[in-house]
Design a protein around this ligand. Sequence first.
Ligand code: MLT
Length: 199
Amino acid sequence: MIHLFEPAKQPGAPIFLLLHGTGGTERDLIGLVPLLHPDAGYLSVRGEVTENGMPRFFKRLAEGVFDEADLALRTERLITFLHESSETHGFSVNQLIPVGYSNGANIAANMMFENRLFEQAILLHPMVPRRGVTLPESAEVRIFIGAGSNDPICPASETEELARLFEQAGAELEVIWSHHGHQLVMPTIEAAASWLAKQ
Ligand code: MLT
């Protein structure tokens, strides 16, 4: 998979798994890394699917309607890639902290629906990736969700449902709302950095 990797600057510092939104690339979220943690490294991946030339992590049938077969396939491929990268670069997959925006947050959430892979995650403007799933037991998993109260693409009801599903599985959630639609705004990133520092 097309990706960029940068090791952490200090042992024990986070390695963020950066997952961009629709139409983004592996370069998009790199600027967030030092804002979230000064010593963090990253593994930033480009989605393998393209929709009218725009990279994504899985196909959709319409806006907000996901191709579940493709989602399952791409989730499995991404997890395999994470395991391969962990061997190549010498980290363990559960050290990764996904930082996903929109479509990238959705595949991060879907990885977490399937496996107890990560201990922490930052999901920015996510949706419920799939319904009718039993989530893995997620006690001691911490999740930060940054959402938009007036986001037309990832409606607030989706965020609330996603948070509820993770909470029912035992995860500790922090949900921060902004009022700028689907945009990623600095107060959300600052809130994510403080949440990360609180661990
Ligand atoms: C999706 O996965 O389709 C999103 O949540 C919306 C988008 O990325 O445009």
